[in-house]
Design a protein around this ligand. Structure first.
Ligand code: HEC
Length: 174
């Protein structure tokens, strides 16, 4: 999502749809090109649909509703495939697979994400578990530092924390 690629993707998808539409066949090329131009113009305003986060962000601030809203989108796009749409993690997440890899743990109160302070969660998300643990540790938790900027990482952590009950939020080490 770096540099706001989302609108570009939407435009590209719209163009693809137009290109693959039922109008195909000889002679229709010109018509679908002008259709494509119209789609591009009307798609531009979707840029504002990404929650805007005002001011500098230096933490996973659960009370910042803009940050949490952005984080929910980041979570769905970058984390849910492994950690689950409801933050539930993968089945048997405490048991290593036949190759020695741990499955993705839950991020809800049943996991141990909340046992770590924000700064630690930030580092893990940014550089990945292999780099974080070091000593040749192998893990499927990649670092997202080249796909997400710092605000987006704080945002996704703020979203995860916002899903915790108040008592778990209070119990998280600072
Ligand atoms: C390809 C699957 C995959 C994706 C996608 C993924 N993770 Fe993970 N994640 C894992 C696995 C597997 C682990 C456990 C790694 C280990 O301990 O070896 C993990 C562990 C973590 C941990 C450490 C949790 C703890 O309790 O120690 C954090 C934090 C985390 N992931 C955050 C995220 C965030 C935020 C995203 C989205 C930006 C994300 N992950 C996307 C697979 C994934």
């Amino acid at each position: 999502m770096k540099g706001g690629n989302l609108p570009v993707l939407i435009v590209a998808a719209a163009l693809l749809l137009v290109a693959c539409g039922p109008s195909g066949g000889a002679g229709s090329g010109r018509a679908s090109q002008s259709e494509a131009a119209t789609v591009e113009v009307t798609a531009t305003p979707t840029e504002v649909s990404l929650p805007q986060v005002e001011g500098p962000v230096a933490g996973a601030d659960v009370s910042n509703t803009q940050l949490v809203a952005l984080g929910e989108i980041v979570y769905e796009q970058y984390c849910a495939s492994c950690h689950g749409a409801e933050l539930e993690g993968e089945a048997n997440w405490k048991v290593r697979d036949e190759n020695g890899f741990l499955p993705a743990p839950p991020h809800d109160e049943t996991g141990h994400t909340w046992h770590h302070p924000d700064e630690q969660l930030f580092e893990i998300t940014k550089i990945g578990t292999e780099a974080y643990v070091g000593r040749g540790y192998r893990s499927n938790m990649i670092g997202f530092g080249d796909q997400l900027d710092d605000t987006e990482i704080w945002a996704v952590l703020a979203y995860i924390k916002s899903e915790w009950p108040a008592r778990i939020q209070r119990a998280q080490p600072k």
